[in-house]
Design a protein. Structure first.
Length: 166
């Protein structure tokens, strides 16, 4: 009787430790572990025609190093563009004012993030500045449909060209 009660306690502890480990794993995978807001960070804005599946808290990187996170995404009714607000860590306060922003994908079908490419200007981005040079997300469905359309158009044009030259 005593040994079965001890086994039940050990199994219960093992399950509890497993659940706690799963919770921490889920927090790491979902980026919720980095919800803390750095009050020293500065805010910059960029406008994109298409942000694809970019999400709030997506990483912002320069040369593969994460320098900040996306803090908000909104839609501008005047220009019909997505407005992305980013928070940059204060230790990276020397980004040139002519920095460009691109929405990139980690891997073939991974999560999207913003990649910044620094320019060569002497002035630096400050709190509230806007990045003027942006490149929207590449949507895989659009690329495939363009490819198929060009193949279909090319097949029809070559057949028509062959008959008209005879």
């Amino acid at each position: 009787m005593q040994s079965s009660k001890a086994i039940e306690i050990w199994v219960g502890l093992f399950v509890a430790v497993g659940l706690i480990a799963l919770f921490f794993l889920a927090m790491q995978v979902s980026n919720l572990a980095e919800l803390r807001s750095n009050d020293d960070s500065y805010r910059i804005v960029a406008r994109f025609e298409n942000i694809g599946s970019l999400r709030v808290r997506a990483p912002i990187s320069v040369a593969g190093v994460t320098v900040g996170r996306v803090s908000a995404i909104s839609f501008d009714n005047q220009t019909y563009e997505a407005v992305v607000e980013m928070r940059i860590d204060p230790k990276y306060d020397t980004l040139p004012i002519d920095t460009s922003a691109s929405i990139l994908t980690a891997g073939l079908l991974g999560e999207q993030y913003i990649g910044l490419s620094p320019g060569g200007a002497e002035e630096h981005l400050a709190d509230g500045d806007e990045i003027e040079l942006t490149q929207s997300a590449i949507v895989l469905e659009q690329v495939i449909s363009r490819f198929l359309f060009n193949k279909a158009e090319g097949g029809g044009a070559s057949g028509g060209a062959a008959t008209s030259s005879e």
